[in-house]
Write a protein that binds this ligand. Structure first.
Ligand code: CA
Length: 234
């Protein structure tokens, strides 16, 4: 499946150049020339969009304004572009929820490398998406199927919900309480170590697969789904 990128840049020359480069890398590009257009296109295509490349200086709603509006409801990765190289700008961009930041002029190869890093880290973070990918693991909430590379893994409902919670937060340390609330609900009044029991079940199901080492114990805290290393990334 092609990855769709929303490209927001008012300078026509750069927009055309980047659109061509991204298309050449086999991304589907939705080019926009203004913040308003970006919000309209995002609203229309948010299910497909995996990444936004967002110029800071735009006429009308600027890049920061676009980012803030999108961040109210969506977790889609955003790379900000700017001609200004102030540390203060970088900080406010990152504070507003940008995932990365690139200063113009830049080498297209550098932008492409950053795109690949972000897409590997979280191919899908959009909360409305039904498919989650972390490294070699893929999970589809509609069909309730889980794949490690191409091998399907059969999980019970509880194991599935546990893995889903991990895949919604790749690379984040989740405490036992976090997992208990997400999977068993806040009204669950059993023992918190049920989490450890189910993590063990889940690891068992994954142990013959390429994802065998992905659920890591963070001693004294909880667990995390390890960001896949470069070799395992899809
Ligand atoms: Ca601009």
């Amino acid at each position: 499946m092609k990855v769709t990128i929303l490209l927001v840049e008012d300078e026509e020359g750069l927009r055309t150049l980047l659109s061509a480069e991204l298309a050449f890398e086999d991304y589907t590009v939705i080019p926009c020339a203004s913040g308003e257009d970006a919000l309209t296109q995002f609203a229309a295509h948010q299910q497909e969009i995996s990444l936004i490349i967002l110029d800071w200086m735009l006429p009308g709603i600027d890049g920061l304004g676009v980012l803030r509006k999108i961040r109210r409801h969506y977790d889609v990765p955003v790379i900000m572009m700017t001609a200004r190289d102030y540390v203060g700008d970088k900080v406010s961009g990152l504070d507003a929820g940008a995932d990365d930041y690139i200063t113009k002029p830049f080498d297209t190869e550098e932008l492409l490398a950053r795109i690949r890093v972000i897409l590997r880290r979280n191919v899908v973070k959009n909360i409305n998406d039904k498919k989650f990918h972390v490294g070699p693991l893929a999970l589809d909430t509609k069909t309730r199927q889980v794949f490690a590379a191409d091998a399907e893994i059969q999980l019970t409902q509880r194991e599935f919900d546990l893995l889903l919670t991990f895949m919604q937060h790749p690379g984040e340390v989740l405490t036992r309480d976090d997992l208990l609330d997400a999977v068993w609900g806040t009204n669950f009044d059993g023992q918190v170590n049920i989490v450890d029991v189910y993590v063990r079940y889940l690891r068992n199901k994954l142990k013959e697969s390429v994802a065998s080492q992905m659920i890591q114990t963070i001693r004294g805290v909880g667990y995390k789904l390890g960001a896949a290393d470069e070799e395992n990334a899809l």
